[in-house]
Design a protein around this ligand. Structure first.
Ligand SMILES: C[S@@+](CC[C@H](N)C(=O)[O-])C[C@H]1O[C@@H](n2cnc3c(N)ncnc32)[C@H](O)[C@@H]1O
Length: 219
């Protein structure tokens, strides 16, 4: 039975639980009470069980040595102390266990539509890792090996209202790096930039990119 740990509001947890059903015992870790409460509410509303929540930091996982088969993290590793998270994952994974780190690189953040249209979106987001930094961090953790990298490109069509909603509701924590006046001015420029690039603000071509690192515990 796979024993795994993951973090966040539950979208990916739901997919894992639905796909693997009772074969999965999921331990969900997050550093904020609010996020775990949101996760509980979401998963319960979807009628799924088979998971537990744990209030803890990624650099201090509340599991014993070799307790886990897999560690997943989605859109969160840039908030962590990465070397400490990797060391904790290595400690808690069984030998032969595997990590899946889903995130976006700095280059992907720059190339993506937010990076292209929202002023200073890419420049202010200094927490994301380059592919080289991630590879070096894994190589610097004894017992871990980077065994796979997959890049994803999502092409969508969105409307302006949705984009404004996402920015105002901090869909990315990057938006919290602007003070209110800066944010207001950036929003104005953003809307103008999108309008200059696209005539139909009901159907804006949009691109997001992500990357998945697969990391094995080899010893
Ligand atoms: C951008 S959200 C991603 C949530 C979810 N995985 C998703 O993709 O929808 C980042 C999450 O990382 C959590 N987080 C930040 N620092 C953390 C840490 N040191 N240890 C554990 N969780 C942390 C935040 O509380 C937040 O829930």
């Amino acid at each position: 039975m796979p024993r795994t740990s993951a973090a966040g509001a539950g979208r990916y947890d739901l997919l894992l639980l639905r796909e693997l059903g009772s074969r999965l015992r999921l331990r969900c870790v997050d550093v904020t009470v609010e996020m775990l409460a949101e996760l509980d509410e979401y998963l319960q509303s979807e009628g799924v069980t088979g998971y537990s929540t744990h209030l803890a930091s990624a650099d201090g996982l509340p599991f014993s040595d070799h307790a886990l088969d897999y560690v997943f993290t989605f859109n969160a590793c840039h908030h962590f102390d990465l070397p400490a998270f990797l060391a904790e994952s290595r400690r808690t994974l069984r030998i032969g266990g595997r990590m899946f780190i889903y995130t976006r690189t700095r280059a992907q953040n720059e190339r993506g539509s937010w990076g292209r249209y929202f002023p200073e979106f890419a420049e202010r987001e200094t927490r994301l890792y380059t592919l080289g930094q991630m590879a070096a961090a894994v190589a610097g953790t004894p017992g871990l090996e980077l065994t796979g990298i997959e890049e994803f490109q999502y092409d969508r069509v969105v409307d302006m209202d949705r984009l404004v909603f996402q920015a105002e509701n901090h869909h990315y924590s990057t938006f919290k790096l602007y003070d209110p006046d800066e944010f207001e001015s950036a929003m104005e420029h953003f809307i103008n930039n999108v309008k200059s690039a696209c005539d139909d603000t009901e159907r804006i071509p949009w691109r997001d990119e992500n990357i998945m690192y697969v990391v094995d515990r080899t010893e």
